[in-house]
Design a protein around this ligand. Structure first.
Ligand SMILES: Nc1ncnc2c1ncn2[C@@H]1O[C@H](COP(=O)(O)OP(=O)(O)OP(=O)(O)O)[C@@H](O)[C@H]1O
Ligand SMILES: [Mg+2]
Length: 314
């Protein structure tokens, strides 16, 4: 097991295709294929870390139901340490129904379920002191952990000597006060804050990623990386120096879902192997570029030969 601890949301996706229209109330429509898959940023990142040879310990919550069994079986198959996954007797496993049309954007219907109740108590002291990197991911979707509780958890992690990282999820329709309430208290305890561009805009209220990053540093984050999709990432180091680390060019993007989680896995794996901040960002881009070339968050990370190449970037 590596010395990386990932704490955050897990989801089961039921992916149905093709679905171009939904039935009228009381009606029935058929679709051809149904595929079950794990998802959620903490699960995606954990599986990606395993594929990179650094299987992490994962703290998440699943229900005491068959979907929870499925999440644990898939994580175990990937080599992730699931001994700290909490089975919640009162809530079902977080679930998304994903309708994929013949063409165009897929639609999600999601219920938050057990992930919403992940809390500070789920992360025991022994786990923090065994970890050199503590990554909390899925902020905005963890009602019992977002805000002050995340700040306390990351403070404990730092007291135990770990490097701390935080990532968020984009949730539509929230006002800025809600974003800030759920993220700001933790920033003084964050060594590296790694939101996406849309999330950074929602929290900081600034369109320019550089301005948003400066605001996060003013609020206490030591380093900031803003994920810019096909453009790569904007890195701001602890002295305020900004650099754009461009994405790897990809001929054919198949599915960008989970690319950010694979980026985080590559970044943390590289830091844990002693690479510099900028080298780690480049390796994050390389791992994410594999993710976008296959359907599913971590499907593109299954070829060990392709993965080995991310360590030898010029
Ligand atoms: N079209 C693309 N071509 C090459 N690389 C890409 C592309 N899209 C994304 N990436 C890589 O994936 C990284 C993360 O993508 P993105 O900024 O979309 O993260 P995100 O919004 O957090 O994603 P998610 O939360 O869905 O996992 C980018 O910084 C880049 O390295
Ligand atoms: Mg993301």
């Amino acid at each position: 097991m590596s010395d990386i601890l990932v704490c955050g949301i897990s989801v089961v996706d039921a992916i149905a295709r093709p679905i171009d229209t939904f039935p009228a109330p009381g009606g029935l429509r058929l679709f051809e294929s149904l595929h079950w898959s794990t998802g959620g940023c903490a699960v995606n990142c954990s599986i990606a870390l395993s594929r990179l040879g650094l299987p992490p310990r994962l703290v998440t919550r699943v229900g005491a139901d068959f979907l929870g069994d499925f999440v644990i079986a898939e994580l175990t198959r990937a080599g992730v340490d699931t001994s700290s996954v909490v089975r919640d007797a009162d809530r079902p496993t977080s679930f998304s129904f994903v309708a994929v049309p013949e063409s165009g954007e897929r639609s999600f219907i999601h219920t938050k379920g057990a992930s919403d109740t992940i809390c500070e108590r789920d992360v025991p002291e022994a786990l923090l002191s065994a970890s050199r990197f503590v990554f909390v991911t899925g902020a905005m979707l963890m009602n019992a952990l977002d805000g002050e509780p995340t700040a306390r958890l990351l403070a404990r992690a730092k007291a135990a000597g770990a490097t701390t990282l935080l990532d968020t999820v984009f949730v539509e329709g929230l006002d800025r006060a809600e974003w800030r309430r759920r993220v700001e208290p933790a920033l003084p305890r964050v060594d590296c804050f790694i939101p996406s561009e849309a999330e950074s805009r929602a929290i900081a209220g600034a369109d320019d990623p550089g301005a948003a990053a400066r605001e996060f540093q003013r609020l206490g984050a030591r380093r900031v990386v803003i994920k810019l999709g096909a453009r790569g990432v904007l890195c701001v180091d602890e002295t305020g120096v900004e650099s754009l680390v461009p994405a790897i060019k990809v001929d054919h993007v198949v599915d960008a879902t989970g690319a950010g989680d694979c980026w985080s896995a590559g970044f943390i794996a590289a830091l844990s192997r002693g690479r510099s901040f900028h080298e780690a960002a480049r390796i994050g881009n390389a791992v994410a570029s594999l993710s976008v070339q296959a359907a599913g968050a971590t499907k593109g990370l299954e070829d060990p030969a392709l993965l080995a190449r991310v360590w030898d970037l010029p």
